[in-house]
Write a protein that binds this ligand. Structure first.
Ligand SMILES: NC(=O)c1ccc[n+]([C@@H]2O[C@H](COP(=O)([O-])OP(=O)(O)OC[C@H]3O[C@@H](n4cnc5c(N)ncnc54)[C@H](OP(=O)(O)O)[C@@H]3O)[C@@H](O)[C@H]2O)c1
Length: 233
């Protein structure tokens, strides 16, 4: 896809991977709509922030109505990035934290996707990128709730690419290992460090996937840091 003048929606833009992604899409001439509870410092003529909690169906509906009206029923790119994790033994994981993860990581993705797909179908072009995690490929002790949400992202994406490929819509699921962002704020054991992946590099990979030729579909992108604990002596 040639990115210049394409219309993109990115969720969860205040920091981390979402912020890096917005900046790189803007550098590539994309018109970007950032949906989130908070904005990054996205002062650019091609950037619009729409205050949206992705768990809130009504707010998501209003955001998409606005974007589709403003762009003649076009959305070319949707990146479902908003997400968070809580950690702990299953018996200690509060119901509220389980619900927040499910509502953000799974419901939010579904709400946005179902509103973008009709426009993509009618325009015969589209690329949806869902950010899962390596936690969507394997189970991890004390990460059961977050893993469950990211396995759901995987199942959704695996179904969707098969459902949409003949409509010329690509669906890519991204599985990053640890990325140096604020994501680990709720983790008792893990703190961000330089040997993790960097959000700019993960964003760069997604921009590369968006730029690939129309008949070239990267379905899954699994990326992990080399020497995740630092260089061995
Ligand atoms: N960092 C990692 O190691 C890692 C690894 C694999 C996958 N991931 C995934 O990558 C994605 C981005 O995470 P990150 O690492 O960039 O973490 P981050 O720095 O914590 O950023 C998460 C973003 O999601 C937004 N968000 C959270 N709940 C939201 C809601 N209800 N509505 C709208 N936006 C919401 C946050 O905005 P607020 O300002 O509103 O909180 C923030 O902008 C997530 O899906 C995460 O699960 C991260």
């Amino acid at each position: 896809m040639i990115l210049k003048d394409k219309i993109a929606v990115v969720t969860g833009v205040s920091k981390g991977i979402g912020e890096a992604l917005c900046n790189q899409l803007l550098d590539n001439g994309v018109k970007v709509y950032g949906l989130g509870r908070n904005d990054f410092d996205g002062n650019h003529t091609n950037y619009t922030f729409i205050k949206t909690d992705v768990r809130n169906l009504e707010e998501v509906n209003l955001a998409f109505i606005h974007i589709l009206n403003e762009n003649n029923n076009r959305i070319d790119i949707l990146i479902n990035n908003a997400g968070l994790g809580y950690f702990g033994n299953v018996e200690d994981l509060p119901i509220e934290q389980w619900d927040e993860m499910m509502q953000t990581n799974v419901n939010g993705m579904f709400y946005c996707t179902r509103l973008a797909v009709p426009a993509m179908k009618s325009n015969g072009i589209g690329h949806i990128i869902n950010i899962a995690s390596t936690a969507g490929l394997e189970g991890m002790p004390m990460v059961s709730g977050y893993c469950a949400t990211k396995w759901a992202v995987k199942g959704f994406s695996e179904s969707l690419w098969r459902e949409l490929r003949d409509f010329k819509i690509k669906v890519t699921c991204v599985y990053p290992g640890s990325v140096k962002t604020d994501f680990f704020r709720n983790s008792p054991n893990i703190k961000p460090h330089d040997y993790m992946l960097h959000p700019e590099d993960v964003a760069d990979m997604m921009v590369y996937a968006l730029k690939t030729p129309d008949n070239f579909h990267q379905v899954n992108l699994e990326v992990r840091p080399l020497q995740p604990k630092g260089p061995s002596k």
